[in-house]
Design a protein around this ligand. Sequence first.
Ligand code: C2O
Ligand code: CU
Length: 487
Amino acid sequence: MVTRRDLMAGAAGFSVAAAGIFAVGRRFEAHAGGLQKVIAQPEAEGVKAVTFDLAERPTALPCFNGRTLPLWTFEAGTTFPIVRMKLGERLDTVFKNNLPVAGEVATIHWHGLRIPNDQDGVPYMTQQPIAPGAEGHYSFVPPDTGSFFFHTHCNSVEHFGRGLIGALIVEGDEIEPPDAEAVLLMKDWHIGPDGKFLPFSTDEGAARGGTPGTVRSVNGEASPVITVPSSADVRIRFYHLDPMRVSDIGFENAEAAIIAVDGNGVTPIPLESWRMGSAMRVDLLLRSAPPGHSVKLFDYFSKEPYLLAEFKSEGAPKRTAPFKATPLKMMPFEKLDEASAQRIPVEFSATPTGASIAAAGAVSDIQIGPLCLTKRTFWAINKQAWPGADHKELGPPLAVLKSGSSYIFELKNTTPRAHPIHIHGHMFEVLSSSLRQLPRVHCDTVLLLPKERIEVGIVAGDPGKWMFHCHILEHQETGMMGYIEVV
Ligand code: C2O
Ligand code: CU
């Protein structure tokens, strides 16, 4: 059902974004209104509240070029909601499932947050899914600062495809506040020549690197121009939220540093370029250009560098001292005990069906059913393909871990595709790669390149069943999904 208010909301998103996105000095003003909207109202001392209304809303994002598409969003009036809160605050969420398809169940997963298992939002595994017309609740205190996000966790290929994603920012990690901040959400859209959505998944795509979109965007625009103060230190929270793409992001002729990976503060790493897969985030500190000039952010992964966004400087210069990235506060993760850690081999492979489809290049449009009951299995973890695309049939866990104990996962990719491997409710500590020199960072998603082996440490957290899957959503929904059980 489309109301006039919904249509207006779509139009409002267009005009605000078209007028430019401003990154300004004070955070809360940075995304007021329109395409990106900061939501979450103070409810009581130390508590923020959000009410979501998951529904279809026809929207004309600037990157749609005049076309209106039936997006699914969390809220009227904004395509990408941003929930901002402070470390120590509680977030109370009420969500209504008003998705327009019969049987289209939903839960909300809080990607990267180390919250209790019963708040993790995995249908059937950690909670019963919420049916259309019904309401769900979450209440938790995020234990870490950082750039996180949230999304549904069933039929995710279609949900991401229609834009049902939002950012969750937990503040409190800055030692010295930057001069401005911008939030960038990168994602492609599957739009056909007729201006309608193309299938979000095909067999050929799912059995390879994923079904590519046809229209690129950052914050719903093609290469947006973002106004920033001149010669200033600008914090950029970059979210890679495309469900299949691999990117190498970097600035042309600018000084910048990586200050956080998946939300976690790191010793600043000078930015050349940074390789990212689906669901990965990076916080950058950029020294913006002098007045009247701009700095360009590119994706260097594609043959031709692709302009992601341009940061245009305005106003008097803010800083004269040479650029030196101030680190963020580091979260106190439990120390990995490498000496005692049990090693657990985890192999990511294709199933015989997946391998033959990828080799033959068969094309067929598969509708992912509303209950996400596809039985396509193209991928496997430790030779086990997840039974069905949803979480109804639970196989045995990939591993049983003891809360508080240390483990080293030996991740081994035997396929010719990259896989961003994600774990719920925990952070990996990257230890080594067979192909690259990787910084020792904490992350919730680690990109495994073709044929690469990566070792990650993990200290088992709260008890419960925690999903462990590839975040190329078509891989996830065709078998590359499992879980660990913490006891
Ligand atoms: Cu964003 Cu199961 O993950
Ligand atoms: Cu994958």
